[in-house]
Design a protein around this ligand. Structure first.
Ligand SMILES: NC(=O)C1=CN([C@@H]2O[C@H](COP(=O)(O)OP(=O)(O)OC[C@H]3O[C@@H](n4cnc5c(N)ncnc54)[C@H](O)[C@@H]3O)[C@@H](O)[C@H]2O)[C@@H](O)CC1
Ligand SMILES: [K+]
Length: 554
């Protein structure tokens, strides 16, 4: 996993590198700028030209474009089509001067602008500015409207735009000339690259503090920052790549990190090959408490997801009329009925010898469904994935306290006492209802919401959305950013719940949720084949087997 750092942790990282490891800060800046320049040179050879667009149009292009894809080479070093670099007064600006010098050394003639008070230049940025000027480079200061006209003219034929205005030091909205500069940069038709983070973005929450640079690529230094990995952060950051600072990667173990990013090799490691004498029950038999009359599709998708992710068997345990409807539809999947008059007894029989339970999709949220959930919470000792209607039951007449006398649901109270190992898979709306707040409040700080929910429910919580956040009750947080908009299709969440159920038969709940999110996203990518829509949920389930196969072959 790749450590993801908060603003404060990144400061601690820098301080550790400088004070403990004795790497001078100017060397870190040199490494940052040189690494970024190398990547920018590559991008100049790859980046597609965009049609000129206003700020809004540019935002659309940013969302649509697959960065790095195809296109004619942009820039043989060319006197007219220059790289435009806009530097601020802090160390982020210093990185910009280093980029300029290395591009110059490779035959380019970058146009360098400075926005800020020259007497406020940080010590290292001043050294780098002087080195740039000492080599004969020019710096155009952006102080008044006529200066902005010069910038605008240069942007009109720029080969690429580099934002080195503000980095992790930003702690308030950008105003004044810098804000006008950002508007101009965002309106440029050239590809846009942010150094470290897009200027204007809060590096912890990914929320724009005010006017914010809209990047196609963000070259972030040493480690990804938290704010780059939220849906809003990624919308502004474009394609995020890490540029090393020449510091060993174990420093975050010493200074701390806020989250981890799932990598392919983590999931490959978790997926151990089946034993030669494996049989369907040793591979894991998943009970799927899902579906109801008119909603049997949900239960089929869960079971399908579980089998494709490696469950040896799946049994849909549901209401008698749904079982009748299912009979005609199932081949590989078994069914068992929950008798409303003897819910506890039928569940005890159905869950015997099962390895994991998935409860919720299409299950209903009436009294009987509540009793079934209550019984499972009270008696099931294995992995339990709670999704969809289970989330509604947990939060009905809820205040998130778990105390029925204060408006918390009975089921929520049972959740806290349950001997099961629970994985909750809410989207923002469901989590909002569970915690007694709005979906907007959840989206405003998804990291906090997921960790808080995990702590309050004593469960692993997978907060769905464009990029999932997986939090454990111990405070560990893992991010999966492999998702694609194509995954937004009916039944996609049901498949995810099934995949996690299968994996939870063998893995710890946090690992199962992480691996499940990753496999689901990758399978969606395979099914979508480069498109952002048009796939159906059963194709995601089908795709999982191929993704698992690929990982096992590694
Ligand atoms: N310290 C280090 O060792 C390294 C730092 N690096 C770069 O340094 C950046 C952080 O540098 P700094 O801490 O100097 O900060 P920034 O360059 O991000 O910001 C500059 C200064 O602007 C001020 N400021 C904050 N918000 C403002 C606003 N809205 N309007 C006007 N001024 C505002 C702050 O006082 C801050 O010190 C990183 O993002 C990275 O790009 C890299 O060079 C790698 C090494
Ligand atoms: K920046």
């Amino acid at each position: 996993m790749i450590p993801v750092l908060s603003r404060a942790q990144m400061r601690a990282f820098d301080a550790h590198a400088i004070e403990v490891a004795k790497v001078p800060s100017i060397v870190l800046m040199e490494n940052a700028g040189r690494g970024a320049a190398e990547r920018i040179l590559e991008l100049l050879g790859e980046a597609p030209r965009r049609e000129p667009a206003g700020a809004a149009g540019a935002a659309g292009a940013n969302a649509r474009r697959a960065p790095g894809a195809g296109g004619a080479p942009l820039a043989a070093p060319d006197d007219r089509r220059r790289v435009v670099i806009v530097c601020g007064a802090g160390n982020n600006g210093g990185d910009g001067f280093v980029v300029a010098r290395h591009l110059w050394a490779r035959g380019h003639r970058p146009s360098v602008f400075f926005c800020g008070k020259p007497d406020k230049l940080s010590q290292d940025a001043r050294v780098q500015r002087d080195a740039w000027v000492g080599l004969g480079g020019a710096v155009k200061v952006l102080a008044q409207s006529s200066d902005l006209e010069v910038l605008k003219a240069e942007l009109g034929h720029a080969a690429l735009v580099v934002d080195a205005l503000f980095g992790t030091g930003l702690d308030r909205p950008i105003v004044g000339t810098s804000a006008e500069v950002i508007a101009l940069l965002n309106a440029a038709s050239a590809p846009r690259v942010a150094l470290d983070i897009p200027s204007g973005l809060d590096s912890d929450t990914g929320v724009p503090l005010g006017p914010t640079f809209l990047a196609d690529w963000t070259l972030t230094f040493a480690h990804p920052k938290l704010g780059l990995l939220t849906p809003s952060g990624l919308r502004h950051a474009g394609h995020v790549e890490v540029v090393g600072l020449g510091i060993p990667s174990d420093v975050p173990d010493q200074v701390g990190y806020a989250a981890e990013l799932i990598e392919q090799r983590d999931v490959a490691q978790w997926l151990s090959p089946r034993a030669a004498d494996a049989h369907k029950y040793s591979a894991g038999h998943v009970a799927v408490l899902a579906g109801s009359a008119g909603k049997i599709g949900a239960s089929l998708l869960v079971a399908h997801g579980a089998l494709r992710a490696g469950a040896g068997a799946a049994t849909i345990v549901t209401w008698p009329d749904a079982v009748d409807a299912l009979q005609a539809r199932v081949l590989e999947i078994m069914t068992a009925a929950i008798r409303p008059e003897s819910i506890a007894a039928s569940l005890d029989a159905a869950l015997r010898s099962k390895r994991a339970v998935v409860l919720g999709p299409g299950f209903g949220f009436d009294e009987a469904a509540g009793s079934a959930l209550g019984h499972v919470l009270a008696t099931w000792r294995g992995p339990l994935v709670l999704d969809a209607d289970a989330m509604t039951l947990l939060s009905s007449s809820r205040d998130g306290s778990g105390d029925p006398s204060r408006g918390g649901s009975r089921e929520f109270a049972k959740l806290l006492d349950s001997p099961s190992s629970r994985i909750l898979t809410p989207h923002a709306g469901e989590l909002g209802r569970l915690l007694g707040t709005s979906s907007d409040a959840i989206e405003a700080d998804r990291f906090h919401a997921a960790t808080e929910a995990a702590r309050r429910t004593g469960s692993v919580v997978l907060l769905k959305g464009a990029h999932s956040v997986i939090a454990s009750p111990t405070g560990r947080m893992v991010l999966n950013v492999r998702g694609t908009p194509a995954l937004g299709t009916a039944g996609s969440g049901d498949v995810l719940a099934g995949i996690i159920g299968a994996l939870a038969s063998h893995l710890e709940p946090l690992e199962a949720a992480c691996a499940g999110a990753y496999l689901h996203a990758e399978a969606g990518r395979v099914a979508a084949d480069g498109s952002d829509r048009g796939i159906v949920a059963s194709e995601i389930a089908d795709g999982v087997a191929a993704v698992v196969r690929g990982l096992l072959r590694r």
